[in-house]
Ligand binder design. Sequence first.
Ligand code: CO
Length: 197
Amino acid sequence: MEIVLYPHPVLRWKSSPVTRITPQLKRWVKEMFDLMYAAKGIGLAANQVGLPFRFFVMNPTGDPAEKNEELVLINPEITIPSDPEPQEGEEGCLSLPEVFGPVMRPQHVIVEAYDLTGRSVQYRLLELAARVAQHETDHLDGILFFDRMIEEQRKLLRPKLAEFEERFRQRREAGEIESDEEIRRRLESMVAEMAHS
Ligand code: CO
């Protein structure tokens, strides 16, 4: 398992719901926390490691010792209470190292999901935790943080995004990355396998 970089097509994949909590899923979650901490991240969505399923892990402290701050959110649904003012915050992404930009998001959300025991959970998240949960849920819908930036700001990221695109093209040319068709087939077969397990 490794973190895929923009513009890998799995980052634009609309994730399929998790239908069962399996030992496999628990292993994925553990590996994702390890990768997230190693990369100094605070959230990681399943499609960022090439898994076409709706779940993500987060720990807004980024500190592996703060186990109480870890959340595993399976099939998350976010609702935004009517009151919160959107707040601007600087975001980055493990699939776009060294790229940062300002994103407006509600500073308070309710997230409903399932945890790793299959129990339904509901959390009221504030500020950074709310931002992470929204950023990661966006990933599961194939949305990247710069999609949510205003055009004027997004323009400033163009040269960096173009560098990632060029590197991706070269890696694919070198045979290090599958074709779009191969990726699609592999993800679809994983979804079918989960459905039949
Ligand atoms: Co991200």
